[in-house]
Design a protein around this ligand. Structure first.
Ligand code: ASP
Length: 319
C-alpha cells in the first residue's frame, strides 16, 4: 500500500503511486455505492467530525454520507453558529474538539493554510475539505477518478481548466494532480483571473477559449468565485459569458469526445450554458458528484488504516 500519510491536506505532497492507490480503492466504493446494501464497518468505532467554517452543500453531504456508509459516528459542527462567533480562535476550537478524541476531522476554512495549521495541533487524522485558494484535494481526486473512468486513463491527456483560476483551490489541486500524472494542462481565462506565476506551474496559458480548447480531451469549467473577489475582475457577467462561458460553439473546438466538467455549484449562463451542463452525452458533472462519495470513502479508509497501525505501534501522537 503506498498511501502512508497521516493527513490528507493537499495533493502537493502525494506521489503518483499514492494517488493511484486512492483511485483504485475508490473503484470498489463506486460499486458498493451502487449496490442496494451500501454499508461496511471499515470505520466502525471511529468518530468523524465535520467542521465547515465556510458554506458547503455537496462536499459536506458527501463526507457525511461517506463516513456513515463506512460505519463511523459522524458529527457535523454548525461552525457558523459556533463559539467562533463569540471570538474563539481556530486553535482553541481545535483543542476543544481534540479533547473529545475524534479520529477523523474534516475541515473547510476560508483561509489558505488554516487546515494545515489545525492539523499540527490535533492528535487525529485531518482531511482538508477546501482551504481558501490553497487546496481541495478530494475534489482533484474525484475529478481524476471521473476522468479515468471516462477516458480509460489519467495520463497523456490534454485538460483545459477554464475561468476563475486565480481564486480557485479546485484549479490548484487539479493542476498539481494532473501534472504529477503527466498530463498536459492548459489554463484559459482573462488575465485578471490567471494567477501571476502560472507559468511556474508547468502549464500553458491562453486568453482565448477557442484557441485553448483546440484538441482538448477534458474541459473543466470553474465557478466565478465572487466571494473571493473585491471587485473589478470582469467587466460584466454578460461579457464574461460571451468570451469565456462554455457553450456548444466553443466546445466544438475541443476533441469530438471531450468531456465537460464543473465542480459545482454552477452559475448557469455565466461560466457554462445550462443546456450543455445537462447534456449527458458531454457533461460528467453528475458523475463527479457520485465519484466524490467513493473517493472520500477511500481516503478515510486509508487514513483510518494508518491511524490504527500507528496507535497499535504505540505512536502516542495519535492517541
Ligand atoms: N465547491 C468547490 C469549492 O469549494 C468549487 C466552488 O466553490 O466553486 O472550492
Amino acid at each position: 500500500m503506498s498511501f502512508r500519510a497521516r493527513h490528507l491536506l493537499g495533493i502537493e505532497p502525494l506521489k503518483p503511486e499514492a494517488i493511484r492507490t486512492i483511485l483504485d480503492l475508490s473503484e470498489q466504493y463506486v460499486a458498493l455505492n451502487r449496490a442496494t446494501h451500501k454499508t461496511s464497518d471499515v470505520l466502525a468505532g471511529l468518530t468523524q467530525i465535520n467542521m465547515f467554517f465556510e458554506n458547503s452543500t455537496r462536499t459536506q453531504a458527501s463526507f457525511e454520507i461517506a463516513g456513515k456508509r463506512l460505519g463511523a459516528d459522524v458529527m457535523n459542527m454548525a461552525m457558523q453558529a459556533s463559539s467562533i462567533k463569540k471570538g474563539e480562535t481556530l486553535i482553541d476550537t481545535a483543542l476543544t474538539l481534540n479533547a473529545m478524541h475524534p479520529d477523523l476531522l474534516v475541515v473547510r476554512h476560508p483561509h489558505s493554510g488554516a487546515v494545515n495549521l489545525l492539523a499540527e495541533k490535533v492528535n487525529c487524522a485531518v482531511l482538508n475539505a477546501g482551504d481558501g485558494r490553497h487546496e481541495h484535494p478530494t475534489q482533484a481526486l474525484l475529478d481524476a477518478l471521473t476522468i479515468r473512468r471516462a477516458k480509460g486513463r489519467i495520463q497523456r491527456l490534454t485538460v483545459a481548466i477554464c475561468g476563475d483560476i486565480a481564486h480557485s483551490r479546485v484549479a490548484r489541486s487539479n493542476i498539481l494532480l494532473l501534472g504529477k500524472m503527466e498530463n498536459r494542462v492548459r489554463l484559459i481565462g482573462p488575465p485578471t483571473l490567471i494567477p501571476a506565476r502560472a507559468a511556474d506551474l508547468g502549464v500553458e496559458v491562453y486568453g482565448d477559449m477557442k484557441e485553448g480548447l483546440e484538441g482538448a480531451d477534458v474541459v473543466m469549467m470553474l465557478r466565478l468565485q465572487k466571494e473571493r473577489m473585491d471587485g473589478g475582475f470582469i467587466p460584466s457577467e454578460r461579457e464574461y459569458y460571451h468570451r469565456f462561458g462554455l457553450d456548444a460553439e466553443k466546445l466544438a473546438h475541443a476533441k469530438e469526445d471531450a468531456i465537460v466538467m464543473h465542480p459545482g455549484p454552477m452559475n448557469r449562463g455565466v461560466e457554462i450554458d445550462g443546456t450543455l451542463a445537462d447534456d449527458i452525452n458531454r457533461s460528467v458533472i453528475q458523475e463527479q458528484v457520485e465519484m466524490g462519495v467513493a473517493v472520500r470513502m477511500a481516503a478515510m479508509e486509508l487514513l483510518a488504516r494508518n491511524l490504527r497501525e500507528a496507535r497499535a505501534a504505540g505512536d502516542g501522537t495519535y492517541v
